[in-house]
Design a protein around this ligand. Sequence first.
Ligand code: DX5
Ligand code: ZN
Length: 214
Amino acid sequence: MQVSPSLLSADFAHLSDDIDMINSSEADMLHLDVMDGVFVPNISFGFPIIKMVSHLCDKPLDAHLMIVEPHKWIPQIRDLGVRIMNVHQEACRHLHRTIYQIREAGMEAGVTINPATPVLMLQDIITDLDLVLIMSVNPGFGGQPFIEHSIEKVRELRALIDRTGSKAKIQVDGGVNAETGRRLAEAGADCLVAGSYIFNSNDPHKAISTLKNL
Ligand code: DX5
Ligand code: ZN
């Protein structure tokens, strides 16, 4: 299982300590939640923070953009050193074009779907994707309870990927812990995003390792 700790739950007064922890952990990448207060009812952090994180972090950066019109920022996000640019299906008017622009910029293309968006919305672009992120909470906040129906969506997406021969990895974000993570692994998830489970733990290295071994 791949693990992408979500920086949203880190201690922003001691961010470099938390990034050191990620660097010395078994985490595969670092998940950055960018929120604009329009697409989601919250605002998180933007380019200056990502630039600093990019300098300090040895792991690939996985940017989850909860913003309207994400295509406008593709060059800036690439220049910050982001490996995976992940846009919401609900935020893109011309999703196919945006995916190709992300790939042409040299990044991996990910598409995220909200809890109310069916997996079949991705069937015409699934072979163009490097990653699909299934939101297992409504985006905007850490620490929310896991939405059960997400397990079924992972199964459906696994079937779509296997049927089409897509190379897309399945990532899941929201309410992930050892118990929900185990069930997501059984359903076919490839990568788990976790914020509060890791950063609120007394032993974040162990929390990462627990998810890693699911
Ligand atoms: C929510 C974010 C998540 C968030 C997950 O909008 O996309 O990445 O940090 O937090 P937990 O793991 O606490 O649910
Ligand atoms: Zn996220």
